[in-house]
Design a protein around this ligand. Structure first.
Ligand SMILES: NC(=O)c1ccc[n+]([C@@H]2O[C@H](COP(=O)([O-])OP(=O)(O)OC[C@H]3O[C@@H](n4cnc5c(N)ncnc54)[C@H](OP(=O)(O)O)[C@@H]3O)[C@@H](O)[C@H]2O)c1
Length: 198
């Protein structure tokens, strides 16, 4: 399907993941298919979308997020930056054959993400470290056993080695990437009691 699309359109911009080339998986496979078929392609390799934090939308307003690896530090990117990068790659010349590492402007630990969300929502919120075995069961039910193990492995690494911070967003957009705090401010409604699930 990817190859059929690649043959039909002039430019392909693919929302991929950091490490796609090394770790392969779905993202690596799609990248290879795009390279084979598209006349012009650009890859946006994201470390992590800040929208992942929406998983805590029903917890932040209760003041506690119970999850594993609070010390894991991530360079989460605002979806507006991903969209803006995609527009530039589709509209401007000079992005064909480029793979951008798309990140936020800094790394923020999961513990601090919760604190920042609480500050922006106006309800103090804190991280509560969840035992790994309990987290693995919960995560496996949500995303399947194999992906749950991959996520846990990623977080384990990010405790000691924070995710990379790239200047690619700033270079392409001509302004700094949006911070996690800006993302939180834009999403206050998603974390307030009347909008979040009970
Ligand atoms: N999350 C990350 O940190 C991360 C990192 C690297 C790359 N990515 C990539 O970024 C993309 C979005 O990630 P995500 O975490 O936001 O995924 P997600 O939460 O699973 O959201 C996927 C979105 O795609 C929609 N969708 C799924 N199948 C569709 C279909 N056949 N036709 C139209 N829409 C469809 C879903 O709509 P419904 O809600 O209606 O089902 C949903 O809005 C994915 O391609 C992912 O591989 C994400």
């Amino acid at each position: 399907m990817v190859e059929a699309l690649g043959a039909e359109v002039g430019r392909v911009v693919y929302l991929s993941a950091a490490g796609a080339e090394e770790t392969g998986g779905v993202w690596g496979g799609v990248e290879r298919a795009v390279r084979r078929s598209a006349r012009a392609w650009t890859f946006l390799r994201v470390t992590g979308l800040a929208t992942n934090a929406l998983a805590w939308s029903d917890k932040v307003h209760r003041g506690v997020v119970r999850a594993p690896f609070g010390a894991a530090s991530r360079s989460l990117v605002h979806e507006r930056d991903v969209a803006a990068m995609a527009v530039r790659a589709l509209v401007d010349d000079g992005h064909a054959g480029r793979a951008y590492l798309v990140t936020g402007p800094e790394v923020v630990s999961q513990t601090d993400q919760v604190r920042v969300l609480g500050e922006e929502v106006g309800i103090p919120a804190r991280w509560e470290e969840q035992p790994l075995d309990e987290a693995l069961v919960e995560l496996s039910l949500e995303v399947g056993v194999e992906f749950a193990h991959q996520i846990i492995e990623h977080w384990t690494v990010n405790v000691d080695i924070p995710e990379e911070v790239s200047e690619d967003v700033a270079r392409v957009l001509g302004r700094p990437a949006l911070s996690f705090r800006e993302w939180a401010r834009d999403h206050v409604a998603d974390f307030t009691p009347d909008r979040a699930e009970p």
